[in-house]
Design a protein around this ligand. Structure first.
Ligand code: MCN
Length: 780
């Protein structure tokens, strides 16, 4: 490892601009003549639109135009799509309801966009939006899955009888039923995975600019995947042809999944710009974000695990209902199916698993992938059930897990995933040691002496990052390929620009990606520029989600560097009159091994561009491209241990220690990885203790639409985390790397709830475990 190469704890290059306030976000962008937009949103959860009277809104001074869904339809703008086809177990395709970017005929959740107002100022746009007279005829609404399925429930989409989207299954049900029937013990647990609201620091924003002179569109937007946005907006929404649309996602202040999707606002602002002849900017306010950013989770499940007399698992049966909200968001269908049920084997050797997943429309905000996307739901279910089983069987939770761990790889689970490596015992050991697990009994006695209840909880999670290969995901219904691209441009003076299809919105790519180049080409990280987030600058890419940028994005860079290296060695060998095989690249030099013959890196790069003395058949220049499609997912895994003290009088939980021991394979930058784990664990603890999205069951109003009502975790809610890592390299990418961006949010919630239920001696506790919920569970 060089001082700045792989494994170095280098400070983030990008933080200089962020902490000095010099970041450039979508709302910082301006174009001459730019105007401001407000969306008129449905105040009702479910209503017919009988008409829209624009006269009062158009009369507000400064208003340029008020556009509605009828006009959008006239101009041929398409409906929003869900890009992953799921078939029900009877073979029928999922019931995808029509989602117009501006609603026509009907609105289906509070916040559904009905019209856009474009005005000189934001204030004028707001005033006009309030003046727009929409004639709604309110319809009864359903907000829960129970209500959605009830006899006579209002139908949200005509093509989804019973409000059901699909009824999907995976695994061998008969084999699982046989295992349950012959089991020595069956643990059965009902689990709710609470709905979450993402809350990225920067609200969503977009600036749509149609340049009439060039017949060209530019969209600045808060996106995690600008190329996918361009593709979807041109191929499906008919906004503009791909070659005439530039999408730029500049600095983006966090996404956590919520900025993967192409929302109505991007489409409508681009269209409105052409229609009105002015550039149109929209920036969400915080309550608008609560109402319209795709929510996460919202599952209700039952799990049954069958054990033999030796406490080995013989089968697992899962029944899950998932709430997808008023419309099917872009990847919503894949979250409760292929991103969830395929991880139900956890870290365990389970001969047979069956899962049945039914999804429903409700009159609520659409639900889609949110940090972890399906994997937190799977690990919460499995790890709550394993802890419950240990309590029922009267054995140590660690021993029960260890007995059932998969220890041989590759391991084919009964639910598609083939784990390619790992050492689950190592992370369990590391976590138990760091948590001083053996000292727990003494700490518990001390707490008791102080009138407090102490508990400890484990969670041994596994997750799958860097969804792949494209061929496999395509066969499962994905509408896109999940490779990544890179172009490594070595300039004549030796500096390097890397165009990557990944998008950094807090993950530190400008640093870690440069560290990879530094490691491989022996240059300093300040010599390397990472370019991302602009479809005019970067070749087609697939963006950032599913903790794929390390495993997939960096692997593409690595492959492009392979090609650069090969050519650089050819040029150096020619100039040094040596054999290509003898050239080594290190410390900014190309050396002939075993001799003192040396060429400086910049001498070689200049030679590549002057092209005065290149070997025969070698093209001038030094610039290479690669597309990388991994052979498998990468499988980060680990053990999280949470220890809590509960106040029996108030139900207040204090996390006294939290240990995360994770296997991320090769680590590029330990400081960035620690930060990713800290952020993920904080989000997981937020889900476990604080965050709960609530709707009024009658009216469908979002009750938690501000920070007054929705509790995000703050520093004083959290302990200092202990982060450990173990290492087994991933064989599925050239770097041996496994993703780290979501692990914290996946592993931590079950550890927290397992700890609290251990402390209070009642296993029946839902998230968020607020003091009131814990107190009620203690009294139950
Ligand atoms: N890394 C490393 N060594 C490893 C694995 C990763 O040094 N073994 C580095 C990578 O080079 C990268 C960072 O860690 O700089 C995260 O890499 P990776 O796990 O590949 O995740 P992505 O970069 O693809 O980021 C996506 C992931 C997801 S899916 C969510 S959700 C999430 C997360 O990242 N959203 C975030 N972390 C976030 N962090 C911030 N600040 N903001 C978000 O919106």
């Amino acid at each position: 490892m060089g001082a700045e190469g792989i494994g170095a704890r280098v400070a983030r290059k990008e933080d200089r601009r962020f902490i000095t306030g010099l970041g450039r976000y979508t709302d910082d962008m301006t174009v001459p003549g730019m105007k401001h937009a407000m969306f008129v949103r449905s105040p009702h959860a479910h209503a017919k639109i009988n008409g829209i009277d624009k006269s009062a809104a158009l009369a507000v001074p400064g208003v340029i135009d008020v556009l509605d869904g009828e006009q959008l339809t006239e101009d041929g703008i398409g409906s929003l799509i869900c890009g992953w086809m799921i078939h029900s177990k009877d073979g029928s395709p999922m019931n995808m309801g029509d989602w117009r970017p501006l609603a026509t005929g009907k609105v289906r959740y509070v916040g559904d966009a009905v019209a856009i107002v474009v005005a000189d100022t934001k204030a004028a746009a707001r005033e006009a939006a309030e003046a727009l007279a929409v004639d709604y005829e309110e319809l009864p609404a359903v907000t829960s899955m129970e209500a959605a399925q009830a006899d006579g429930a209002p139908l949200i989409h005509d093509n989804a009888p019973g409000n059901q989207i699909y009824d999907w299954e995976i695994g061998d049900e008969a084999a699982v039923d046989a295992a349950l029937a012959s089991a020595a013990h069956v643990t059965s647990l009902d689990v709710t995975n609470n709905r979450l609201i993402p809350n990225a620091m920067e609200p969503r924003a977009t600036l749509g600019y149609y340049n009439m002179a060039e017949d060209h569109y530019t969209c600045w937007t808060t996106s995690q995947n600008p190329h996918v946005a361009r593709l979807v907006m041109s191929a499906f929404y008919n906004v503009a042809p791909e070659n005439k649309l530039r999408v730029i996602a500049p600095d983006v202040g966090g996404g956590f999944g919520s900025k993967i999707y192409i929302y109505p606002e991007e489409i409508v602002c681009l269209w409105a710009s052409k229609r009105t002849g002015v550039p149109v900017k929209w920036v969400a306010d915080r309550t608008e974000s609560f109402l319209t950013d795709a929510h996460g989770r919202d599952h209700i499940s039952n799990i049954k695990i069958a054990f033999d007399a030796d406490n080995r698992i013989t089968g697992m049966k899962v029944d899950t209902q998932a709430n997808l909200g008023g419309y099917m968001s872009l990847f919503s269908s894949s979250v409760p199916t292929y991103l969830y049920a395929t991880l139900l084997s956890g870290q365990y050797n389970i001969p047979n698993i069956h899962a049945n997943v039914r999804t429903y429309y409700t009159n609520t905000t659409p639900v889609d992938a949110y940090r972890g996307a399906g994997r937190p739901e799977a690990s919460f279910l499995v790890e709550r059930a394993m802890e419950t089983a240990a309590r029922e069987l009267g054995v140590s939770p660690a021993d029960l897990r260890r007995k059932n761990f998969i220890t041989e790889f590759p391991h084919q689970t009964p639910v598609i995933m083939a784990y390619d490596g790992g050492d689950f015992g190592a992370s369990l050991d590391a976590a138990m040691k760091a948590a001083d697990y053996d000292g727990f009994a003494a700490r518990k006695a001390q707490s008791e002496a102080n009138g407090k209840l102490r508990g400890i909880g484990l969670s041994c999670y596994i997750e799958a990052c860097g969804i792949a290969p494209s061929k496999a995901v395509g066969s499962l219904g994905a509408g896109v390929g999940l490779w990544e691209s890179a172009e490594v441009r070595v300039n004549a003076v030796g500096t390097i620009e890397v165009m990557t299809g990944s998008h950094s919105h807090g993950q530190g790519h400008e640093t870690t990606f440069a560290q990879l180049v530094a490691e491989r080409l022996g240059v300093g990280i300040d010599t390397v520029n990472i370019v991302h987030g602009d479809t005019d600058k970067v070749q087609m890419g697939m963006g950032t989600y599913g903790s794929r940028s390390g495993a997939v994005g960096m692997s593409a860079i690595s492959q492009a560097i392979d090609k650069v290296e090969t050519k650089a060695k050819k040029i150096a060998a020619h100039l040094l009159e040596a054999d290509e095989a003898d050239i080594v690249i290190e410390d900014g030099q190309l050396k002939v091994a075993g001799t003192d013959k040396v060429l400086q890196w910049h001498e070689m790069t200049l030679a590549a561009y002057t092209a005065h003395n290149l070997p025969d058949g070698i093209e001038p220049g030094l610039m290479e491209t690669a597309f990388f499609d991994p052979s498998n997912f990468s499988f980060p895994a680990g053990c999280h241990i949470c220890e809590v003290e509960v106040d029996p009088d108030t139900g207040t939980t204090e996390i006294t220690q939290f240990v995360a021991a994770d296997d991320f394979g090769t680590i590029i930058n330990p400081m960035i990885v620690d930060g990713q784990v800290h952020g993920g664990v904080a989000q997981g603890i937020g889900q476990a203790l604080l965050e709960g999205c609530a709707y009024d069951g009658e009216t469908g109003q979002l009750l938690t639409a501000s920070y007054m009502d929705y509790t995000m975790p703050r520093a004083d809610d959290l302990p200092s985390f202990t982060v450990e890592t173990t290492k087994t390299e991933s064989p599925s990418n050239p770097l041996g790397l496994k993703g780290c961006g979501e692990a914290g949010a996946i592993g931590s919630p079950p550890a927290v709830i397992n700890a609290i239920t251990d402390a209070i001696g009642n296993n029946n506790l839902s998230m968020p475990a607020t003091p009131q919920a814990v107190w009620a569970a203690m009294k139950a």
